[in-house]
Design a protein around this ligand. Sequence first.
Ligand code: NAD
Ligand code: UD1
Length: 342
Amino acid sequence: MKILVTGGAGYIGSHTCLELLKENYDVVVLDNFSNSCKESLNRVQNITGKTLSFYEADLLERPSIHQVFKDHTIDAVIHFAGLKAVGESVTIPLKYYHNNLTGTFNLLSVMDEFNVKNIVFSSSATVYGNPATLPITEDFPLSATNPYGRSKLVIEEILQDLYKSDKDWSIALLRYFNPVGAHESGEIGEDPQGMPNNLMPYISQVATGRLPRLSIFGGDYDTPDGTGVRDYIHVTDLALGHIHTLPKLISKTGVVIYNLGTGNGFSVLEMVKSFERASDRQIAYKITERRPGDIAACFADPSKAKKELGWEATKSLENMCQDTWNWQAKNPMGYRTHSKKE
Ligand code: NAD
Ligand code: UD1
């Protein structure tokens, strides 16, 4: 079975390609390397001892997508490609809407043309906005507070409309909570360009000395220790969630929605302490102002995915921190020892 992975060179995409190859899927990657580099795919192939096909191509250029579908008989698409920095999406919304929406339109229209109607879409817990209660189930009300989140919400709605118009489509909307960690080999991991926006890459760069100190955004939330609580999920568990989704996607048409999280919430301070244990280093931090748009706490009820997909996260917080540290210590500058396009 042949899977097209858009954005397959990125953080979650590369870990998913690895698990797909391990399960003997044929993998074709389409990525423009706007936030990644080819080295991640080289390493995926080295770890698995298997090869994948890849296209350096942009979803904004429809003919490039067309070429991939002409060259390969694709059974299903896992669609990771998109821009994901929330703050940047507020500053340059048109770029975000263009890339995430137009890119998805182009992909869906080429899929339709080639009669490939199986797609897994990377959605996000951000579509739940500020939830009234916890844990979050898939039927909670949806809202968006920034252009990035709105692009996810709109794409979810477009995909629902598509199925309503043509019942041959099979669509899985996977809402990720907070992916962290790295493959246990330490060969692939998260490699943010410039200043990290998210907690784990920030903490790990403080641990290596690349950044001087973590700012903890708010110590006065209504949480056990006053700092924000999130559902951190190991990226390998998340990748395996996609592997568990594929058989269902292929076997039955419709739209399915799953939370991919662990169901456990950890605070920023708990993350810092756990990372200190894993790395045997002290993380300098200071509690500062809340970050605008942040919510106090967010964690999933992942029981639907367990019941219907037979999937659940198995890796502990300790695993997440150890694997992040292993990757960061082995690759203090990420993939950057290699040139961006290499
Ligand atoms: P990432 O930036 O590492 O990967 C995205 C990949 O898409 C990159 O390799 C980038 O080069 C590529 N890309 C972007 N625009 C493209 C285009 N127009 N054409 C071709 N390739 C393009 O991000 P990630 O963390 O791996 O996230 C993957 C997906 O999961 C994204 O859609 C993201 O919004 C979603 N998501 C991520 C998180 C998270 O915290 N990492 C949480 C929820 C949802
Ligand atoms: C991020 C995304 C959100 C996405 C979610 C799941 C942002 C602003 N939001 O949310 O759209 O759905 O991931 O992947 O990027 N923190 C600090 N200091 C830091 C960084 C973070 O204290 O330097 C705190 C935050 O206040 C929060 C927690 O750490 O309480 C996690 O933050 P982050 O990793 O950015 O993820 P989310 O805010 O959950």
